[in-house]
Design a protein around this ligand. Structure first.
Ligand SMILES: Cc1cc2nc3c(=O)[nH]c(=O)nc-3n(C[C@H](O)[C@H](O)[C@H](O)COP(=O)(O)OP(=O)(O)OC[C@H]3O[C@@H](n4cnc5c(N)ncnc54)[C@H](O)[C@@H]3O)c2cc1C
Length: 328
């Protein structure tokens, strides 16, 4: 039994707390935001995320709060070329899952309470003031824990900006639970729908650094798709610039380690950041259980996870994590 502190109760930090408690750690979590923080947007979690969430006892709840995404359908609007592939992966039981970010965070935080894991909300933790044997920096892409480990890099702009929209009604005529992509020379538009939860769409465009994106241009890409039927009734986000942080630098020392976006904030365009944070959490707990010391566990966690994080940066790469890698 060892004591651990986790900075950040986002997706990665909450999952790490549940996973580490499962392997016998006494965990305390610190979170700057309020317990009930209203966060916008949604995430699509990959099949490996569901496997990992099952290991920490929340998979069923997450799948019930969200809906499955079973396949992807692509259209190149310039050439007319189409394609499709499954959002399942060999060895993983469940397909991808689409869920509101606020619902995912709420049920992870409820699970911490059920497991008697204390979380101090409304508290900005200082990684220099740790009091336990292990400190986990799950404090996101602008991590103070990463700076404490000597890595002063900041996330860089990806050259892409996005707008999201939601309408309570699904688009008539488009199959539910299929992620549709319409690519065009300046970016891509996308949509996934569900009878209960409605239409979720986005438009991502190349926008030069420092340039101001015309908010209307984002919607033009959707006007040429069936999503036009719900566009006027949708609640639409402002343009959001997308940032990334390459998975380099120190991820750990003898008693401090980074997980999730703090270590490797892949562009949201990859749709993998949350899945990676959940995988990190479970793999970290697994190495802590099997290694002889905390320092050895952190070394071994980094050896396993860094190549996977690096692979997500290669265009078209889809790093596969097996169900065995995620078994606690
Ligand atoms: C627009 C957008 C769309 C995305 N879509 C997807 C998707 O479809 N699929 C997917 O897999 N990923 C997606 N991602 C990426 C995904 O959201 C992130 O990779 C994921 O949230 C990372 O989780 P995390 O817990 O590592 O970090 P975060 O979610 O950033 O959580 C960090 C937490 O730490 C807290 N914190 C920070 N500093 C301190 C401190 N000093 N003390 C206490 N608390 C602190 C913060 O308040 C925050 O709650 C998307 C990202 C964006 C921006």
């Amino acid at each position: 039994m060892f004591r651990a502190e986790i900075i950040g109760c986002g997706i990665g930090g909450a999952c790490a707390a549940l996973a580490m408690a499962k392997v016998g750690a006494r965990v305390r979590v610190y979170e700057t935001a309020a317990r009930t923080a209203e966060v916008g947007g949604w995430v699509t979690l990959g099949p490996a995320a569901s496997t990992a969430l099952d290991q920490i006892g929340v998979g069923e709840k997450v799948r019930a709060a969200g809906f499955p995404v079973i396949s992807v359908s692509t259209v190149d609007t310039l050439t007319g070329r189409t394609g499709s592939f499954a959002r399942t992966e060999p060895g993983h039981r469940w397909s991808s899952t689409h869920i509101w970010r606020k619902d995912l965070l709420a049920l992870l935080r409820e699970s911490l309470e059920e497991a008697d894991i204390p979380c101090d909300y409304g508290t900005r933790a200082d990684p220099g003031e740790r009091t336990s044997e292990l400190l986990v920096g799950a404090d996101g892409a602008r991590s103070a824990t990463r700076r404490m480990l000597g890595d002063t890099r900041e996330p860089t702009y990806t050259g892409q900006t996005i707008r999201y929209g939601h309408c309570p009604v699904a688009v008539p005529g488009l199959p539910a639970h299929v992620l549709h992509f319409w690519s065009h020379p300046d970016g891509v538009a996308g949509y996934v729908g569900d009878e209960r939860d409605g239409s979720f769409w986005f438009s991502r465009r190349n926008v030069a650094s420092g340039a101001t994106a015309d908010p209307d241009l984002f919607l033009d890409a959707l006007r040429a798709t069936p999503v036009v039927q719900v566009l006027e009734r949708s609640e639409v986000s402002a343009p959001i610039a997308l940032y990334e942080l390459e998975p380099e630098g120190n991820w750990h020392n003898a008693d401090t380690v980074l997980i999730g976006d703090a270590a490797h904030a892949v562009s949201p365009a990859a749709g993998r950041g949350a899945t990676s944070a959940i995988e990190d959490a479970v793999v970290l707990a697994k190495t802590l259980r099997s290694a002889n010391s905390i320092a050895a566990a952190l070394e071994s966690y980094t050896e396993v996870r860094r190549p996977i994080a690096q692979a997500t940066y290669r265009p078209g790469a889809a790093p596969k994590v097996s169900a065995t890698d995620l078994r606690l």
